[in-house]
Design a protein around this ligand. Sequence first.
Ligand code: UDP
Length: 244
Amino acid sequence: MGGRDATMVLLDENGIRCDGRKVDEPRKIMIKAGGLKNADGSSYIEFGDNKILVGVFGPRDVHPKHMSNTDTGILRVRYHMEPFSVGERKRPAPSRREIEISKVIKEALEPAVMLEKFPRTAVDVFIEVLQADGGTRCAALTAASVALADAGIPMRDMVAAIASGKVADTIILDVNNEEDQAGQADMPVGYMPSLKKITLLQLDGVLTPEEYKKCVDVGVKGCELVYELQKQALHDKYFGNRKD
Ligand code: UDP
């Protein structure tokens, strides 16, 4: 963030962005429910050039036992980036960023999952980022919701996520890596469309109060688009003609 590459044209005179999209146009999104036979639930997402696999295990016993809660189940999330997922090799040890994103995704999913139905157990969500191109936390959160639903975990709603942001003084939907690096603001939004509740809201950059409001609105509208694709992915697996 903060104009590292001042020469890059993020928005041309026709209102077209550096990857050819319009300001309110998301990247191409493909979501698949299922796929991992050893997981209780799984999903795979391509969100532009992001490629992410999610496996869900549980509800299952908690080890060590003292970590369990007699009143409710617990959700554990591990967001992990493969060393080859980015241009410059990422060190394999968990980074501070990965630990923070794991926590952010866990907290964004918790309002959606009916953990109170599974006291003393844990639901584990493993997120593997195979390729990253800006917006991995939103893509991962979106895919994790589908994998939890695929595992049959009772949920109040799914969380759909996408980032809005600001480049060239203009509010945009779905910030890519270049826009994240050289743009003015990046706002990841996670939203439960049926319940109309935001469960993730972060902001990197500076916005006026009006821009802030617009960014939230654009993000929420984007989440509604993503939600349709999540539902379609589940529908394709359970009611479609898929052979696997
Ligand atoms: N990134 C990278 N190397 C790293 C971490 C991140 O190249 O070690 C890239 C990656 O493409 C990622 C982007 O920077 O998607 C933006 O990262 P950020 O921390 O803003 O999280 P994200 O937008 O992926 O949720």
